[in-house]
Design a binder for this molecule. Structure first.
Ligand SMILES: Nc1ncnc2c1ncn2[C@@H]1O[C@H](COP(=O)(O)OP(=O)(O)OP(=O)(O)O)[C@@H](O)[C@H]1O
Ligand SMILES: [Mg+2]
Length: 311
């Protein structure tokens, strides 16, 4: 996607619809603004746990990056993008983020003591610590529980550590389970990011084109914009993918602007990829036995017909 060949053709400085969560392209839609507000109020108020959820591609990682930028200087921030961490790997990654040097063979008890010492040192220096975990829906239960235990570390007056969990809606379902009720009770602030409305989606697309160098409304015709917002379902990543493909289609056809037919081609292209290359394994797993059963039935029937069993 980075290799947008059409930049010069459309008078763009950089790729407008890259999939990287680049904060320079941030469009301040109401959802992201509110979510950021909730985060800042909760963290400045000393809340132990905050949870942010949203469907795939709605901009959670981007929000996390915006938060880290907003907290810079005010808090010591730690960021763990990788969710597949056992409790001990989680503590090690956190210790590394805190800049603690430790021997790899140090036991968990020793490591926890070092973390505690560092957190107390930072608190004494007036620094508060925030740990942000992206893709938190994939954290094993034991690791979620170990996070809760980490936030138990506190001085008489305040918490030594605050945690923000970013995750897909699956995270809400997991936290609703009985085994995680202690952690659930600690989450006093939560926010769910929703897809953009049609108007906001159009403004989003125009905004990204403006940041990339086309402040005059860009190469999208009004019809193309309408078609994109209809097909994009308000999901920023999907809008990016479709807009990028539509620009490619218009460029390939030598058109000066992107029309609705280019968007239709982009949508078709997406569907074909999904049905041929990207067929989810689970569906394939279900389809294969069904096809095999149908084939066996058909064969059985043919043999029965041939041997005169069925007339
Ligand atoms: N408000 C916004 N302004 C600008 N770009 C946005 C906005 N929201 C999302 N995007 C863009 O949409 C794309 C997807 O965003 P992001 O990767 O943050 O989604 P996500 O919710 O973390 O997805 P996943 O669930 O797959 O981790 C990125 O290119 C990001 O820059
Ligand atoms: Mg993400």
């Amino acid at each position: 996607m980075a290799c947008a060949v059409y930049l010069q053709h459309f008078g763009l400085r950089e790729a407008p619809f890259s999939l990287t969560p680049d904060t320079d392209f941030f469009f301040a839609d109401s959802g992201h603004r509110e979510a950021l507000n909730v985060l800042l109020v909760a963290l400045r108020g000393g809340e132990g746990f905050v949870r942010i959820t949203g469907e795939v591609g709605t901009g959670k990682t981007l929000l996390c990056r915006l938060l880290l930028r907003a907290l810079d200087g005010e808090f010591v921030t730690c960021y763990l993008p990788n969710p597949f961490l056992t409790p001990s790997a989680l503590r090690m990654a956190f210790a590394e983020e805190l800049g603690i040097e430790f021997r790899r063979n140090l036991g968990q008890h020793g490591l926890l003591k070092l973390i505690h010492k560092r957190l107390i040192g930072l608190a004494a220096a007036g620094r508060r610590v925030v740990l942000c975990l992206d893709e938190a829906q994939s954290l094993p239960d034991e690791s979620l529980e170990s996070l809760r235990l980490l936030t138990n570390l506190e001085t008489e007056k305040s918490k030594l550590l605050q945690v923000v969990l970013f995750g897909q809606p699956e995270l809400e379902r997991r936290l609703a389970r009985h085994g995680l009720r202690q952690l659930r009770q600690r989450i006093t602030f939560a926010y769910r990011l929703h897809p953009l409305g049609r108007r906001a989606a159009a403004a989003y697309l125009r905004h990204r084109l403006a940041v990339a160098g086309r402040t005059d409304g860009g190469p999208l015709t009004p019809r193309a914009l309408r078609a994109l917002t209809r097909a994009g379902g308000g999901i920023p990543r999907r809008l990016n993918i479709l807009a990028h493909k539509a620009l490619l289609a218009a460029y390939g056809g030598g058109a000066a602007r992107v029309g609705a037919r280019h968007v239709r081609r982009a949508v078709r292209d997406g569907r074909e990829r999904l049905s041929v290359r990207g067929w989810p394994a689970r569906q394939l797993g279900q389809a294969v036995p069904v096809a095999a059963a149908a084939l066996a039935l058909g064969l059985g029937f043919a043999v029965a017909l041939w041997t005169g069993l069925v007339r």
